[in-house]
Design a protein around this ligand. Structure first.
Ligand SMILES: Nc1ncnc2c1ncn2[C@@H]1O[C@H](COP(=O)(O)OP(=O)(O)OP(=O)(O)O)[C@@H](O)[C@H]1O
Ligand SMILES: [Mg+2]
Length: 358
């Protein structure tokens, strides 16, 4: 289970828009997702059509009542998507818990009661302030998404926010993976492009390749109480959120392969064997692995690899004519570059295609 807090103390930069639509996009590619609305404004709840009137439990009870568990407070929204809604009373939490011990760990304690496979992702929509609610989210989180919109103030607050996160990392004695997502960009304007360049200059290591463009369709979706995928799956914004979801999933693959450390250096891409080219990927826990690329006209399903019963490694030998090819693996429906191949280039979507020379 990966817990992602979506935070930025700057109001209106797109925390809720990203939380809602990223959660829906992850669910759309078959991940089990829990969205926790931790903002008393309840915009994530309203934006996904949750009526405020007859809610038995909300994130307020989840934080305040020791007997209320996540399973009691979660509401099903769609296949693979649940929400713990919020309510205005949540704004009282700060005062009500003022002198209580462990007040910053309330959410994390509740999330840790969940079975490991209950959800693949928990996405927490934070309020626009760094108070007790946001601390609860940070302490629960493995990762943080910081939405940055195309405004000077957004950029200004970014460095401060990253400093705050560093202080919290020191206190927690663990690293939080930070991802910056540019939102509300209009790449036709000089200002948006300048802002992107500034962020690339100072924060390139944590900047997501995928950004979210300015579009009225996101407002339209929120007003109708549905995600952009439900409003119009073919829209540019829906495609951007699906790409963002895939990029986030890919980041996990990267974190895992980074852990391989020194072994990575010794790994290599596809190998020439007598019958052709051997593709292999060591992901024994995967349910399906395929390869797609220029040699298969980038077919959506790809060509399936088979799991080797002895070493658990997925393998495929392909007879490919001599030439240069770009390719990607598809692991459980997620497109990734070959983590064993150090040769890759960026494709037109800003993602990485592996390179093969036969
Ligand atoms: N990419 C976008 N294109 C057009 N409008 C957007 C986009 N992203 C956000 N908005 C609009 O901007 C407004 C603020 O967005 P949102 O509520 O997601 O920000 P927020 O950071 O959650 O705000 P708050 O700090 O109040 O919680 C909303 O009306 C939303 O519909
Ligand atoms: Mg919000």
């Amino acid at each position: 289970m990966r817990t992602v807090a979506v935070m930025n103390q700057k109001g209106g930069c797109g925390k809720t828009t990203i939380s809602i639509n990223l959660a829906a996009a992850l669910a759309g590619i078959e991940r089990k997702v829990l969205l926790v609305d931790l903002d008393p404004q309840s915009h994530a709840s309203v934006g996904l059509g949750v009526r405020q009137s007859n809610l038995e439990f909300t994130s307020y009870e989840l934080l305040m009542d020791p007997l209320v568990r996540v399973v009691d407070a979660q509401l099903p929204l769609a296949d693979g998507l649940h929400i713990v809604p919020s309510s205005t009373v949540l704004s009282g939490v700060e005062q009500e818990l003022a002198d209580r011990m462990g007040r910053e760990e309330r959410l994390s304690n509740k999330l840790s009661q969940l079975a490991d496979d209950a959800f693949d992702y928990v996405i927490i929509d934070c309020p626009p302030s760094v108070g007790l609610l946001t601390f609860n989210a940070l302490i629960s989180a493995d990762e943080i998404i910081i939405p940055v919109d195309a405004s000077y103030f957004s950029l200004h607050g970014l460095s401060k926010l990253r400093e705050t996160i560093e202080v919290i990392e020191e206190e927690l004695h663990r690293r939080l993976n930070v991802h910056i997502v540019c939102n509300n960009l209009d790449t036709r304007t000089h200002f948006s492009n300048e802002l992107l360049q500034e962020i690339e200059k100072f924060h390139s290591a944590v900047l997501m390749d995928t950004f979210v463009s300015h579009t009225v369709r996101l407002k339209e979706a929120a007003a109708k109480g549905v995600s952009i995928l439900d409003l119009d799956r073919q829209s540019k914004a829906a495609r951007q959120f699906l790409l963002l979801a895939r990029e986030l999933i890919e980041k996990e693959a990267k974190i895992k392969t980074d852990d391989l450390g020194q072994w990575m250096e010794k790994l290599h891409g596809p190998q020439k064997v007598s019958e052709g080219v051997l593709f292999s990927l060591d992901v024994p826990q995967a349910r399906s692995v395929a390869v797609t690329g220029e040699f298969s006209n980038w077919s959506k399903e790809g060509i399936p690899l088979e799991k080797d019963a002895t070493d658990g490694c997925w393998k495929l030998v392909l007879d490919i004519r001599p030439g240069e090819y770009e390719y990607r693996f598809i692991v459980d429906g997620v497109w990734i570059r070959d983590p064993n191949n150090r040769d890759y280039i960026r494709n037109e979507f800003g993602q990485e295609n592996s390179l093969l020379i036969v």
